[in-house]
Design a protein around this ligand. Sequence first.
Ligand SMILES: NC(=O)C[C@H](N)C(=O)O
Length: 750
Amino acid sequence: MVADTVHTTPLTIKSQAARRGPAPLDLLVAPGAPEHKTQKIEVAAALANIKLRITAAKDEAELTKLCPHAATVVLMTRNGPVTRSDAVLKYVSGLNPATELCGADGFGRGRVDQWLEFGTHELEVAVVAATTHAKNKEVVNRATKDVQQACRTLDAALQKTTYLAGDRVSAADCAVVCVLRAALKNQLIATSKLGPSLLRWYLTCLHAPAFSSILGADAKNDALKALPAGKAPTSKKTAAAKAKASPTAKAVADPRTLFTPTFARSRERLKELLGRGAAAVGATVVVAGWVRTLREAMKGATLFVELNDGSCLASIQVVCGSDSTEGFAAAKACGGAGASLRVEGAVVESPGKGQTIEILAKAITVLGCTRGGPGRTVGAQTYPLAKKYHTLEHLRTHAHLRPRSRVGSAVVRLRNALAFATHEFFQQRGFLYVHTPLITAADCEGAGEQFTVTTLLPPEHDKAPKLPTVDGRVDYSKDFFGRQASLTVSGQLNVETHAVSLADCYTFGPTFRAENSNTSRHLAEFWMIEPEVSFATLADDIALAEDYLKYCVAAALCRCADDLEFFEGSKNEGLRDRLKAIVETPFKRLEYTEAISVLQKEMKAGRAKFENTDVTWGIDLDSEHERYLTEKVYKGPVVLINYPKDIKAFYMKLNADGKTVAAMDILVPRIGEIIGGSQREDSLEVLEERAKSVGLNPEDIKWYGELRQYGSVPHAGFGLGFERLVMLCSGVENIRDVIPFPRTPGNCRF
Ligand SMILES: NC(=O)C[C@H](N)C(=O)O
């Protein structure tokens, strides 16, 4: 009996026993079995990090003894033999679900199966016929034709996808590559006749060590020879590509194909283990994490440990018995909540509610005790997160341990998903990620108060500073930069420089505002995403912003489903329905002028009661006005456009009416403004005029004006406060709870 576990190769030094890893799976191969039948299983095992031990059977009887209907291969699994090469291939592929070799979902599995069948019926049958009847010309001719037809079909299909079943390598690729190699070796088709897309795919697979180590260097070399000299495999050979292609270009592999997408660990992440669900029952696994709760039962002879490793919201229950778990005594004395453990054990079905599986621990190692007793003895008395529920305020004062809490970790996972979705969205659309500076020289942005960056203060901060002065003011010419410098309030002006050279750009980084606003929506340090697009108008900008916001919300719904369910359950009823509505409903566009009259009407009718009742054309709307529009009047996101020029920044494009600028704010329920952007003024004269009228020093924005002097183009952009996006998607109401270390007036702890 062997345990079917994922074999992991740790990067760090391990004990002798651990280095050996889980026992390999035995694969018995019949004499005379076609090579490709074992190769495809070996490739899949390599991709899935599963160890195989291949043994050649003496005769076929050895196989049929194990399994009467066996043919060519038999894999010995924990539950008994599995036979038929495709079945074995799929079994092995499925042992490491994280690799998604069998497909990520129902549709994916369908696609993998469809290509597996194609490989068997359209290719393998012909290859086997031609090799077993090599002397029969008729059979060989027929097989050759079939193989060529199959290759044409594959070439056409691979024009559209990286791999057979999409953009991830799958069990189907393992099977078809190996049988195709057999067809090539038997000269049923020449490599040069494979067709450009099929050849590209074949080479992409062979670049990956999992394939090349099993099929041999020959396979790759033969295929490389088939490439037209000096050209990368491409189906569209343009003149420019021909001229540019270097001899090395052909050997460049897509990095995603180089390794399996799993990081080799000495433990399994709970997300993956719990994701396997009941299918994991019977497996021996190693997990590690931190104790959420530890409970004794059976007069101390049994321990129930709720262990979490941060990979997902759910914890796993580990059951330890005094006579069945090595390290039981140490585990019992670990101090409980907060301690860190490594657990090796068997996955069993869980009788408990709300959990499919749990672990019966064979061995536990206490990595770190919780020391919270008197004199720091072991015990959880002072562990700040010992109880199950904590207020957000309590967690805020323990920001260093906050990610151990459910809400803290859910926020981090959501931030991660939204940051990834941001890059994914812009990268998919060909935008360039530009790194804009954090230290800037002049506040021409006007977006907010800035923090000065200076080295003029004495290193011993308690000493009375003697600042150099001229005319009674600080002389910044003596400062580090030779002038006053500040932390940036926005990357926009800098990213514009790149947008007017490279067209579509974005920046995503921290920004700083020294405003003394102690509200639940303001931070002194927050992250902002600022795309900037050339050859674009305000309408293009709004369309981009709407798509981007919907993309992020959809990413949160789809990739953080458990965390969002948790947020919804924490006094946030209807969260996911609200988010779905954002994805599904087109955003309302509303002129600022119209918004003012709507608000005035609402006030007149007694429906709206505002603290600030001065709602007249020309005012900068307060948050209460914005929220009223989005929550009460339109009940969904609203894009307000064309604001009075006097309340907006100098760089916004003046509209033909001379009174308004092509600016937009996107307002969402519960948050208010989430996005602010504009088409930028592209006329040098108007820009200079506007800058002067707001009192800017022309010298400070000379470089900015030059962007209009040399080939000015219409361009537009926006800024989205990342934390507000996290608030929107989580329903968390205080911005301090959606950033790991909030910086607010009077608070710079941790
Ligand atoms: N990039 C932008 O349009 C955002 C704008 N600069 C702001 O700080 O609000």
